[in-house]
Design a protein. Structure first.
Length: 130
């Protein structure tokens, strides 16, 4: 995931080719019993836009606030890929596993937005480390 180098609060997260730049690096911080996901470049956290848990809601970056339920996520191991990389599901804690973080429209293009959608098992809803 990448926020296209933006440091602006509310910038929508987007998919981009993995190059290992700081814009693409995220710290997963335990905040029991959930996780806070912080971008290393902007210092801001993954956030469900306006705390709306429904299909198509944008996933943005926002100043970190461990008390904000829109910034709490479950990161769940879902298996291993053919190249032995772990595969994860990222789901908003407040949505009780009903919605997951995904690449919108199953796009494979750079710049494709990241949003929430009901978990249907799609590859666009599974994440592996670069």
């Amino acid at each position: 995931m990448d926020n296209q180098g933006s440091t602006t609060a509310g910038a929508q997260i987007a998919q981009w080719d993995c190059v290992g730049s700081s814009e693409q690096l995220w710290n997963i911080i335990p905040s029991q019993p959930v996780w806070i996901i912080q971008n290393q470049y902007s210092g801001q956290c993954l956030d469900v836009y306006q705390g709306r848990y429904q299909n198509g809601t944008k996933v943005v970056q926002w100043p970190c606030n461990t008390g904000d339920s829109a910034q709490r996520f479950n990161v769940v191991l879902r298996g291993t890929s053919s190249c032995n990389a772990d595969i994860y599901l990222i789901t908003p804690w407040a949505a009780n596993f009903k919605y997951v973080v995904e690449v919108s429209g199953q796009s494979k293009n750079n710049g494709a937005p990241i949003d929430l959608w009901a978990d249907w098992g799609g590859g666009n809803q599974r994440w592996t480390p670069c």
